[in-house]
Every structure is written in C-alpha cells, then in structure tokens.
Design a protein around this ligand. Sequence first.
Ligand code: PLP
Length: 391
Amino acid sequence: MKEETIYLDNAASTKVDERVMEAMEPYMLETYAVATSDFAYSMGIEAKEALNSAREKIADRLKGDSEEMIFTSGGTESSNLALKGAAEKLLEKEGKDHIVISKIEDFPVLNTAKVLEKKGFEVTYLDVDQEGFVDIEQLEGSLKDETILVSIQHANQEIGTLQDIEKIAEICEDHDVLYHADATHTFGRVPLDVSKIPVDMITLSSHTIHGPRGIGALYVREGTPLKKQMDGGFQENNLRAGVENIPAAVGFGKAVELIDEEENERLEEMRDRLIEGISSKIPDTVLNGPRKKRTPQNANITFQYVEGESITLHLDMRGIAVSTGSACFSKSLEASHVILGIGGDHERAHGSVRFTLGRFNDEEQVKKVIEEAAEVIERLREISPLGKGGE
Ligand SMILES: Cc1ncc(COP(=O)(O)O)c(C=O)c1O
C-alpha cells in the first residue's frame, strides 16, 4: 500500500493501533503458556490473568459480566454460534423451529439463517424502510410460539443505520424470544448497555476498532440456551473449544480501552463534513441510510449516472480507498442486498460508495476526499453511458 493512501474503508477492517501491537507482543514472546495451564505453573497463571483481564475490559464496555463473554475467532463465528447454537438447543429442548432476521443483515447472520432454513427451520426475513429501519410492527407480528430467536443487527455494515435495539429487545423479552444483535459496527462507537437493554447475545469483532483480526466475542447473557458449535476441550465456559488466542484477546481488550467518546465525536464531525461536502459540491447524489441515526464512522452515497466500480478505481488512482455496493465489486456479482433492501434499484446500488472513517483519518483527508471525488465524478459523468453527459 502506498504511504499516502487515505484509507476510508474502516468498516471492512482497520489499521491495528501500535499500542495494541505492543500490548500483544509479550503474550507471543514471553508469556506464551495456555490459560488452562494455570493449575500447573506460574506462566499459565499469568496467561489466564491476561485473558481474563481482556475479557473484563470488553464486558465492562457493555456493562456485562466477564463470565458472559465468550472469545471466538471473530464476528462471523460469533453469529454462527448465536444462531446455530440457540436454534439447535431450542429445537432439541422445546421443539421450536422459527427464526426472525432482517433482510439487510450482513452475511454471517444472513447466510447462517439460510443454512438453518435448508435444515428445516422456518426463517422470516423482515423488511426495512427506505432508511434501513426494521418495521417494528412486522417484527411483533412475526413472533409466534415456535420462535426461537430474533437476530437484528445494531447497525448496518453498509449504510450505518442504527436500529432501535431497545424497542426490539423489549418486544423479544415480552414474547419470551431470544434476541441476538450483531454489534460489529457499533461496539465501542455507540453505547450499548446490557444491564439496561435485555439483549441475550451480542456479536463483537476486534478488527473494526483497530484491534487484530481473527478475534471476536459473543456476549451470552447468563442462562441463555446455547449449543456449543466447536467441539473439543472445555474452554470459554464450555461454549467454544480450542486453545485460547491470548495475544489477540489482549489486543482486543487494549483496542477497547483505547476508544473514547472524544474519538467518536471526532468521527461523527468528520462524517457530517463528508456528507455535507459531497452533497453540496456534487449534484445528483443520494445519501443511503438515515441522516442522523447512523454510526459515527459511516457515510454511504450514491452518485447517479456513474458506476461505483469506476469511482472506486479512479479514487484509488488518486490514493483514496473506499468500497462500493456495485455488483462488479462483489465476489457474488450481485448488487448490494442492503441498497436493494431499502428499496433502491440496481442503478442506485451500482453507483453507491461507502466511506468509513477510523482513528487515523483527519479533517485534511476529508477535505481532500471531497475535492477528489468532485473531480472524479465530473469526469466520469462526461463519459458515462448511464445517462447524464453520455446522452
Ligand atoms: C456486520 C458484520 N458482522 C460480522 C462481520 C464479520 O466479522 P469477522 O470479520 O470478525 O468475522 C462483519 C465483517 O466485518 C460485519 O460487517
């Protein structure tokens, strides 16, 4: 990667903070014992202490108990454990077989639900409105005696929509249904307090907050029925077997410690400047997702009459890294299911560009991105076969 790259794809992954790297290193080179050796020798005790201290930092941020925090290999595994674990357990125990998710969930939830559907579970896919909010009435109406679990994300990965998770959790509690929320894009960035909100399970990932990849966690409220998915040893409260990844867990804990409210406010200011700058400088743009109730780091904009893929390639040539919901950009060659889910057509999805901010971005970069984007869009529209300029 070029030195001068302006990286605005922090929802895909973030640069690891050097302080996180420093915190991790001793657990690879000095204290490398496994946590289950704590009964045998002192290095094992130190390793276990480090693991549990990281667990506490992560649990504290959610106001949960550290015993309710299960380390996994990332957000994908956490959501697999939540959905498959609850579905299998409650089918076995109570004969229940119904799951509810939203249409715009990210693939770890969406594709896990599809796998369960193929195995015979019934899945309801809830609609969302034009800004990506779940229809609360439809949610309530979809719940029945056989419903095991509702899985609705805290915020959307592409358009940043922040769901009314309090309301969703209350409804689930009233109907005695489990509620799982994927908080990959909100953890640390948007407050979430499990002592006040009755969420049963929460998916977390480290690499969206400047922590290492390959580590995440599932918050599991005490008493939640869950069947282990990774069989083997008895680690992680006997819910996830395998030698614990202590260096990564320590890094995840450090990453959480480093996020503060000031940083989140700074991201929000940059996000607003980016949205306002682009919409005022470039004609024919559409903001995807709500103006206010969105994550502090996300701006997603459709540039009409231009392909998102061309925009990203041209911005890349100018040293700016962003992503798009265009079909050509995705491995499945399908346009963004999120933009289509909010009622957008294929053109809107193809022209969408996601800008996601992180700790290492600054106001100067935002200014530069607005200027470069204006130039790129103007040039592309001149040669666009999609309408304006190309007519
Ligand atoms: C909403 C959401 N959930 C889960 C994941 C997967 O997390 P991980 O990469 O840690 O498996 C992603 C991707 O980063 C995501 O966007």
